[in-house]
Design a protein around this ligand. Structure first.
Ligand code: NAD
Length: 359
């Protein structure tokens, strides 16, 4: 039997825990803020060690979604969901249906999409039990967001190059990518054709064959990622990897990758500034996916060409954040947060028409 329990968390609009042991479900959905519109954020399936670890992850991820959507002004709020399960072994239609019923109980306050451990096929299964899901592979939907996330990161890496070396060209620059999944794998492709040298790491050895063979990438063990000598580190796996222990070991000039919540906490931005390492704030550089998903709710319907133009602007957004941070002697993540908070306070980008969902 499915049970849904509300957990009161200060600063969050609504947080719920869903449990259905018979169908293998244990999930949390966190809605951080819906000032600018209904919350949208991916569904992560991960083998968390404890429910507390899963809860902390969903809280951090949901807040980052509020900030991400506020900066790109997509008329959405911040939310996220996590399911405690191994995506390779435990993901069943029954589990996803039970999860969909939890999403449905929120009546559109939260819209699910794909994230680590889920894909467009999973979204199709979720859609069988609730309309509050996007990024499906159907005609009217926006499809796999990772192609736009990867494109946005590629544009963000070009902005880093422009800021550091005066040109967006990545010819002969060395980029180390951690995680070769939906985002990192596609990013490797863009970077190879741009002339970059690649270093790659993934805990899943199967995913490293292609970049080694097709792109001449150098393989490193996953645990060596942070201390790898390169021009740019592109973390595209899980968050929290830059902390007081790892930052002193960095041997790169910039960090620009797709993972959410890369800094263990916002103060790490000061450490990066002290080390003169240019940091592309995660929720700015990886906003391509949410921009694509939001495209589904445009009055004229989804148009990938419009989405491509909007995602390309990540290059301009980042350059202006880099310049402001330099002038004001602030970490780049602090400047990004200030923009998000300004937009939230002043209701900039607030959705004017509600989204219509068909049951
Ligand atoms: P994914 O599950 O497809 O890929 C993640 C990859 O990282 C996997 O191949 C996994 O084996 C690898 N990995 C995990 N831990 C690792 C480690 N310690 N060292 C090396 N590799 C490791 O997920 P994804 O969709 O590519 O997302 C990657 C990151 O980007 C996540 O943090 C996600 O939240 C973020 N993100 C994704 C999107 C999107 O559109 N998919 C949008 C915005 C942000």
């Amino acid at each position: 039997m499915l049970t849904i329990k509300e957990i009161l968390i200060p600063g969050y609009e609504k947080v719920i825990e869903g449990l259905d042991p018979a169908r293998g479900l244990h999930c949390f959905i966190a809605i951080h803020n819906i000032t600018l519109g209904p919350s949208l954020g991916g569904t992560r399936i991960h083998a968390y060690h404890t429910p507390e670890e899963a809860l902390q992850d969903v809280l951090r991820l949901a807040k980052a979604m509020t900030y991400k959507s506020a900066v790109v002004e997509d008329g959405l709020g911040g939310g996220k969901s996590v399911i405690i399960a191994d995506p390779h072994k435990d993901k069943t239609p029954e589990l996803l249906h039970a999860f969909a019923e939890v999403v449905d109980s929120l009546k559109g306050m939260y819209i699910a999409a794909e994230d680590v451990g889920t894909n467009t096929d999973d979204m199709k299964l979720i859609r069988q039990r609730t309309p509050y899901v996007c990024a499906l592979s159907t005609d009217k939907s926006s499809g796999d967001p990772s192609r736009f996330t990867a494109w946005g990161i590629y544009r963000g890496i070009q902005a880093v190059a422009k800021k550091l070396w005066g040109s967006p060209s990545l010819l002969n620059k060395t980029v180390a990518i951690q995680g070769l999944g939906n985002v990192g794998g596609k990013l490797a492709n863009w970077l190879f054709w741009e002339g970059a040298n690649l270093i790659v790491a993934d805990i899943d050895a199967k995913l490293t064959h292609l970049p080694i063979h097709d792109f001449g990438a150098k393989l490193i063990p996953p645990e060596q990622f942070c201390q790898t000598e390169c021009d740019i580190l592109a973390p595209c796996a899980l968050g929290g990897i830059f902390n007081a222990q790892s930052i002193p070991l960095l041997r790169c000039q910039a960090i620009a990758g797709g993972a959410n919540n890369q800094l263990s906490d916002w103060e790490q931005g000061h450490l990066l500034l002290e080390r003169n390492i240019l940091y592309a704030p995660d929720y700015i550089i990886n906003a391509g996916g949410i921009i694509n998903a939001a495209g589904e709710f445009e009055p004229g319907g989804y148009n990938p060409k419009n989405v491509r133009s909007q995602v390309s602007l990540i290059y301009d957004h980042l350059l202006s954040i880099f310049d402001k941070a330099e002038v004001e002697h602030k970490p780049t993540n602090v400047v990004a947060d200030e923009i998000a908070e300004y937009n939230l306070t002043n209701r900039i980008g607030k959705r004017s028409q509600p989204i219509t969902f068909k049951k």
